[in-house]
Design a protein around this ligand. Structure first.
Ligand SMILES: [Fe+2]
Length: 216
């Protein structure tokens, strides 16, 4: 797990990133909310950095890579080129999310899910699915209290069979781990891994107890 929110899978030489939500900023213009439209540029910068760092052979985009179906068309040419250049020498696998079904760059196809070495990768976790699964979609985050301060950070969630990725996009917000969407993780052995600036921090036992996580 990398503090950027990416996941590297050494035995597969693969990098996984989720919920980049490219062109989210520009999508707000339609509704009259004028947010600075630089999120795509910043997310691309993050992506280029982790690809350079891990030098993967494959990259899996775990869905909601684009904020909406016309995001790829709306993306400025310079950013389209940056994205295509970043994945040029890799096998790029685009899993579709609820925001971007089929809305991937012209020469690519998106998949609903894929199985890699016995692990299913998909955008939204399937609660009834019993096998090992890596998913995304919820943009998990949690609040840690430390020395009188409250720090809210995105996190990875890991239980026995399920692994949920944080969002990689810079303008994506987060859903608190205490939310009922994560109910099943409140009932089982769960570990949270928070994104620090330079490293990953594993949740303490006390944090999990306060969140009613664990066997008790
Ligand atoms: Fe999603």
């Amino acid at each position: 797990m990398h503090p950027s929110g990416a996941l590297y899978w050494p035995s597969q030489f693969s990098l996984l990133v989720a919920d980049l939500h490219f062109e989210k900023g520009s999508s707000y213009h339609k509704t009259g909310q004028f947010l600075p439209p630089y999120d795509t540029h910043q997310t691309l910068e993050k992506l280029e950095t982790v690809i350079k760092y891990f030098k993967p052979r494959r990259i899996f985009f775990l869905g909601d890579t684009f904020h909406d179906m016309s995001a790829w068309k709306r993306m400025p040419d310079v950013n389209k080129s940056r994205l295509l250049n970043a994945v040029e020498n890799l096998e790029a696998i685009w899993i579709e999310g609820n925001h971007d079904q089929g809305g991937v760059p012209d020469r690519f196809k998106s998949l609903e899910k894929i199985e890699v070495d016995g692990i299913t990768l998909r955008h939204i976790m399937q609660r009834s699915f019993l096998g090992p699964e890596i998913s995304a979609h919820f943009h998990p985050a949690g609040v840690i209290k430390f020395g009188g301060m409250r720090v809210r950070r995105p996190c990875f969630i890991k239980s026995d069979q399920k692994f949920v990725m944080p969002s990689f996009g810079v303008l994506t917000g987060g859903l608190d781990f205490s939310n009922e969407a994560f109910e099943e993780f409140h009932k089982c052995e769960t570990q949270l891994f928070f994104l620090g600036r330079r490293k990953i921090f594993r949740s303490s036992e006390r944090y999990l107890k306060n969140k009613k996580v664990g066997r008790g």
